[in-house]
Structures are given as structure tokens and as C-alpha cells.
Write a protein that binds this ligand. Sequence first.
Ligand code: NAD
Length: 488
Amino acid sequence: MKPMHINGEWVEASDGETIEVFNPATEEIIDHVPNGSAEDALKAIAAAKHAFNEWRWTSALERSEMLQEAARKLREHFDEVVELLTLEEGKAISENEEEVEWTIGTLEYYAGMIRNQRGRVLPPAERSQFNFIIKEPYGVVACIVPFNFPLLLMIWKVAPAVAAGNTVIIKPSDHTPLSTLRLAEIVFDHFPPGVINVLTGRGDRVGDVLVEHPDVPVIAFTGSTAIGQRIAGLASKRIKRLHLELGGKDPFVIAPDADIETAVEAVAYAALINAGQVCTSTERVYVPQEMGETFAGAISDFVAGLRLGPGLDRQTDIGPLAALAYREKVAGHVADAVAKGAKVLTGGQAPEKLGRGWFYEPTVLVNVNHSMKIMREETFGPTIPIMTYRTFDEAIALANDSDYGLGAVIRTNDPRLAKRFFEEVRAGTVWINDPLTDNYAGPFGGMKMSGNARELGEEGLESFLETKHVHWDFSDEPKPFWFPYGRE
Ligand code: NAD
């Protein structure tokens, strides 16, 4: 049993309840963590609130150095953390190496940025006055994190929030709490007690307390649109600052000028990295009609050659889904598409030869349309549904025909098509030719039902700072416009 981390102490759930954490590649239990209760959530809130009284007054330099120190420690424990992450999340080890590398980079990025500025000076209305804006931390931030990139998505919140002078309560996914707890132990251990707390437990046990409590002014949530909607409803009662990073149904448009072989590899990567469990996974592919058959055949051959297996095996391309329920959802979307006329070219089932583990074969489908779940709802699995288009206008209309607007990809070397695409497609990130590549300085987030926030970049820090305007007058004279109005 791995206890949770509240106020610098390692504790069990107040009622002793626990959650099993599985290795999705073997379906074996790796460990247990506390299933935190409402009482535990209240303790975490009290600890973070108390710690904020001191933490908010530490200098930016001191906070910056602590984040740098965290980055150094994570580098020292790199291999161990990568292995734990792979065991609990399942994706290929090279993808977890990338995740930990980017986690370190995010700590360093915000450690640097927080030293730059704290606000700005404004031109005053009169000479005797001095006007400025200061940026202040809010207080306690609840960071609610999904399973698919447990450390990266956690640090995109925690690094800027803590750099800005807030204290945090991290609520990891109950599928993947172990790597976050390990960071509390070996990477964040030099932070004062209560500044970084890790509260494990099921969302329905601790979620409402975190979201509704008056001492938690900011909720930073990454997860499904359904849970985001619930949180938004509860948080609105107190007009809380709410960062919602939600689901997606990203389109990938292959332009008529694109090279088919490169497009095949780009689509396969964008759709299948982390077994399709990326919020910006390619979930819909649009190909010019004249290229449709060749492309579908080529990508079917390519993905049929990819290796499924446990993430720790360096030969593995695609790991398992993180839980049985996720695999069932993928199978349900494929079945719905087939029932409505889609054709499976390759995949379409759990691989028999692997036996245990929540694997699903990479699946290419054609004859799909927008009446099918696989083209409308987030699948979050290794599927590549391909639809053809006749004109570029139609491709843009299809790309925009979604409730979601997280990311969008195009492959083209025609600048006129690229410009139309990035201007006309409603998505928070547009990738031209190089899908799913992040940049520390590039704000990440969604339009439409994919969310309302931006992480990374200057926007990612700004989200955790409140704006205060200070108007200061050095004159001792009463103002001529004060009472009484009849004054001569
Ligand atoms: P999820 O919504 O099931 O869970 C996310 C987190 O919310 C978990 O920690 C969970 O325990 C917690 N939670 C559950 N019920 C809660 C409640 N009532 N109150 C408060 N918290 C609660 O999502 P998931 O299955 O872990 O992750 C996959 C989803 O996350 C996908 O929809 C994916 O698109 C989305 N996602 C979005 C982004 C982004 O940046 N937009 C990034 C990654 C993942």
C-alpha cells in the first residue's frame, strides 16, 4: 500500500478504504493506494490553505530555485520513474521517456518564467498618481488529472501554479496514481509541507468537496467532457476560476498534394501513439477521393505490421488500453460503425495471441460517415476511420463538423491550403505536417466543447495569477470633484 501525501505526511484514507492499481498489460494488481474520503479532502484543503499563508510571500527567486531543484531530482530518478509510469499506464517505454523529459522541461520553463515580471506599470491620469498592475496567486488550486499522461498533465498545472505562489492539491487518476506519489516522495520533498499535496481517491468520493469548497478558488481540470460539465456546474455556484481541458475528436486532412507514404506514417503516429489515448489523437481522417483506396490499403498494411505488447518491451509500438472499460468503449464504437455500414480493413478486435492485458488491435475502417459514433464521439483508442472528400471546401466543413475543437492536422505543402486550414478550422492547436508536437511556449487547449483554458506558454502561468490594479495618489489636496459639490 502506497499512502497519500497530505501536509508533508504519508497517510491512509480516514476510513481505511483502498483502490487497486493494475498493470494494464497483464491485468495484475501492482499496488494499492488510499481511496481518499471527503474528510481527507477537507484535511488537504486545510493544509494547502495554511501553507499558502507563507508560500505566497516567498520570493519568486526562491520558488524558481525549488522548481529547478525538482527538475534536477527528477532527472536523477529518470529511469525509475519511467518504469513505474510504464507499469501503471501501459504505453510504450519510449513514449514514457518523452513524457518524463517534457515533465522536467516544464519545471525548468516555469522556473525561468516566474523570475521575469510580476505585473506592469500604467500611464496615470494625473501627474501626482502612480498606477500599476500586480499579479497575485489565488490560493489553493485543485489539480485534477486524467490517466493518459499522468505526470505531464499534472506538471502543466502544478509547475505554473506553484511558481505563481499558489499551493496545490493534486488529484491523480485512480488508474495511475503511483508515479505522482513517487514524485511527492523523491522530487517534491524539499517543498514546505502543504504546498504540494497528493490526494488519491475516486473522483466521486473527493471530487465534489474539492470543487465546491470555498477555500479552493481555482479548479484546474483535465479529463472527459462529461466530468468537466459536472465540475463546471458545481464550481459556478461560487464563481470559481475554472480551467477545463476536455475531450477531442481531432481531424486529420490529407491534401491532394500530400505524399501518400509520408501521410500514412504521420496518420498512424497521430492516431496510435499511446494506443490512441491522447486528447489530441487523430480520430477522423479525410482523404481526397482519388487517393482514398490507395491510402486505406497502404495504412492498413502499415499498422498491421506494428507490434502490440507490454510497454516495457522496447520492441513494442502499441501498449494496452489503460482499463477494461476503455477497451469496451472502443469495441462499442467499432461495432456501431460496422452496424451502420463501415468496413474494417484491419484489426477490429482484441488480439487473441496476447492473452491477458487490455489490448486492442489497431483498426482501420472505411465507408464511415458522420452518423457513426466513431466519427462523432471521442473513441480514445487505436482506431483510424477514413472518409473521402471531393473538394477542399468539403474537407474543411467535415473537419469543423464536430462538437469538439481541440487539435487539427493537415499534410500539405501548398501554402494556400495550409492558410485556409489554419484560419478556417476551429481548433486550439493546428499542426501543419508534424502532428501532435508540443512546444513549452505554445499554449495548449481547446475550443468549443474541448475546453476553455490554455496550458503551457505565458498563458499557462497567467491562468494561475489574479490581476489587481493599484491606483496611488501622492497629492495631499482634496480632489475638486469630492463633496460638497457646491465648493467654490
Ligand atoms: P475522467 O474525466 O474520467 O477523469 C479525469 C479525472 O477526474 C480523474 O482524476 C478522475 O478521478 C477525476 N474525477 C472523476 N469524477 C470526478 C468528479 N465527480 N469530480 C471531480 N473529479 C472527478 O478522464 P480520464 O478517463 O481519466 O481521461 C481521459 C479524458 O481526458 C479524455 O476525454 C481526454 O480527451 C481527456 N484529456 C484532455 C486533455 C486536454 O488537454 N484537453 C488532455 C488529456 C486528456
